[in-house]
Design a protein around this ligand. Structure first.
Ligand SMILES: O=C(CO)[C@H](O)[C@H](O)COP(=O)(O)O
Length: 233
């Protein structure tokens, strides 16, 4: 597929930032996939790293690639998190969760010193919101949470998979909220987080330190936020 050239270029470029001894967060999706494959090659060539995964799917892929996955009680720091995005703007604000892994992805992104976002050129937008914003919700009385979000103008749609309700790795549902344009992402994030039943939302506003954008000709462009000296904990 043509677009995979950009995804592959971005994923492989991100792996260049990994150094021996690092603990790496492994993202989820078809672009993070290419980073995980490349990291697997590095590991099999002898590079010693540790990793944590943002989904069961990525953990399984990592294990197939012989990447050592460590339990969370052994994590002292996460040096780099490499993950995809559904949309990103030039301020490095993201919408994530198209693959349904947003909660685990956000937990890892917050803990990582650096978050590298791998994406093809189609994901870079002037304004967030065209991609429906995934909101993970508790299954208990989900219909009421749905109504609360609908009343706030979110235009939610319950995510389905094979005609059944999509269930996240955490046992929750996802509402895809169709805003079309998000004018004040920080205010929207605060409003969503104030609704009981909302577990997490797909706005990642402050976490990305670098966008690695892959193009169909195989080149990459990077947009970097000045390093803030962020610690894991
Ligand atoms: O947030 C995600 C999963 O929850 C993915 O990172 C996002 O959906 C991008 O995926 P892809 O690289 O396949 O386009």
């Amino acid at each position: 597929m043509q677009t995979d050239i950009g995804k592959k270029a971005a994923g492989e470029k991100a792996a260049e930032y990994i150094k021996p001894g690092m603990t790496v967060g492994l993202g989820t999706g078809s672009t993070a996939y290419y980073a995980i494959l490349r990291i697997g090659e590095l590991v099999r060539a002898g590079m010693e790293i540790k990793a944590v995964a943002t989904s069961e799917q990525s953990e399984q892929l990592a294990r197939e690639q012989q990447i050592p996955i460590i339990p969370f009680d052994k994590v002292e720091k996460i040096d780099i998190d490499i993950d995809g995005a559904d949309e990103a703007d030039a301020q490095l604000q993201l919408i994530k969760g198209g693959g349904g892994a947003l909660l685990r992805e956000k937990i890892i992104a917050v803990a990582a010193k650096e978050m590298l976002v791998v994406m093809d050129e189609s994901k870079l937008v002037k304004q967030l919101g065209k991609f429906p914003l995934p909101v993970e919700i508790a299954t208990f009385a989900w219909e009421l949470t749905f109504k609360q979000l609908a009343a706030s103008g979110a235009n939610p749609v319950l995510r389905l998979k094979d005609n059944n309700r999509f269930v996240t790795d955490n046992g929750n549902y996802i509402l895809d909220c169709r805003y079309q344009k998000i004018h004040n992402a920080a205010a929207l994030e605060a409003q969503l987080n104030s609704v009981p039943g909302v577990v997490e939302n797909g706005l990642f506003l402050h976490y990305a330190s670098k966008l690695i954008i892959g193009y169909q000709d195989g080149t990459v462009r990077e947009i970097t936020r000045p390093y803030q000296g962020k610690k894991s904990f």
